[in-house]
Design a protein around this ligand. Sequence first.
Ligand code: UDX
Length: 467
Amino acid sequence: MGEESKHVAHCLVLAYPAQGHINPMIEFSKRLIQRGLKITVVSTVSFWNTTTPHTLKSLSSHPQNIQVESISDGYDNGGLAAAESLEIYKETFWKVGPRTLSNLIQKLASNNNPVDCVISDGFLYWALDVAKDEFGILGALFFTQPCAVNNIYFHVYKKWLELPLSESEYLIPGLPKLAASELPSFLYDYGSYPGYFDIIRNQFCNIHKADWVLANTFYELESQVVNWLKEIWPLKTIGPCVPSMYLDKRLLHDNDYGVSIYDQNIDSCIKWLNDKPKGSVVYVSFGSMAGLTEKQTEELAFGLKESDCYFLWVVRDCDQVKIPKWFLETDDSEKGLVVTWCPQLLVLTHDAVGCFLTHCGWNSTLEAICFGVPTIAMPLWTDQITNAKHIKDVWKMGVRVDADETGLVRRESIGNCIKEILESEKGNEIKNNALKWRNLAKDSVDEGGSSDQNITEFVAKLAQLCS
Ligand code: UDX
């Protein structure tokens, strides 16, 4: 008689429908598959429909056999863009999502593919009600933002940090002393973004139900705050969730970069970078959500032109109208290339790139860390403000632009930062620090590193609980 076949734990990985949320969860999924787990990645119908055709092809043809499924946000044709407001979108999604998640888990069970554990984005905390209360299976929350920022938001959720802010400085456990202006912007402008603020604050309301809390960061980067949070959460740091073959600068599979919401202009960007001197190009990008004002776009255009550096500038389609006419008319594509979207991982690993002028979104920050790219921090909102503080003052791997009293970052400040990184003695120190963090990031995901060990422990415990 043959041995009874061993049960392979099946995790359903549920991502909030945004590129910066789903990509780290896909990368984490790949690491779980490598350790023998079965994974189904789930996001909304509308999200899968709006990604590039390459995305779905790359997932379905991925050598690690990533299964893809959908739930509904109530807006299968168009998602958030089809809703009247984020508040209405959220209300609908929070009603329809749990029901369709429950249907999906039932469908998978009846197809002989039962789910053992739901790993849900913290934003979609209600997935743990479905997993734990309805199906009695395991549940984990996955936080795509840094532990420093999660801890601040958790303090707000617990009302340990009272709003509106009344102090000029805050001492939060595990964090450096933060001026009020260094806290995530939602803590002082939450009235302008009630929907986002609500999603962010409520990420913690099911944390008591979580069997694990997984965070896309690594221990060495945030050790103090991780130590503090581990006292109160079943926390495991499992990042940086950046495709690991990029850490070795080896492109193993052309379909390995995850999801892209726009076409990436791969050939034009890389061809343009290929003949630029080593470390000479300023790569400029503000991520997938926030945009600059028209005035700020013009100031940035002046800053880049006047600094006379090579630059690769991502201006999304929706923001192209803000590029000043004079800039387009004098466009010198040898000196600067403007694209609507680029293959950021390939760009950051390119030898020609000397620094990254970034909004400090958490994925961009981790990507800069992973590839040892010195950073010019130009945060716009939310966690970016606190990430910028860490980049400059804690990790010392970048500089930060100054804004004037109206909030505008002037061309002089942009030019000075570029010079400081590319040409000054301090720039060399910053580059060395960036390389130090790159090595620590790589060590953490290499065999036996802190994140690698945490993933191994997670998988072992899961196997034990599911056997
Ligand atoms: C949002 C919030 O703005 C940010 O504050 C939060 O930390 C995460 O969610 P987003 O604006 O998308 O994120 O920025 P970021 O987290 O940096 O993610 C952007 C992703 O898009 C990165 O993975 C980056 O590699 C990718 N990207 C960006 C491209 O692939 N091409 C581009 O041209 C620009």
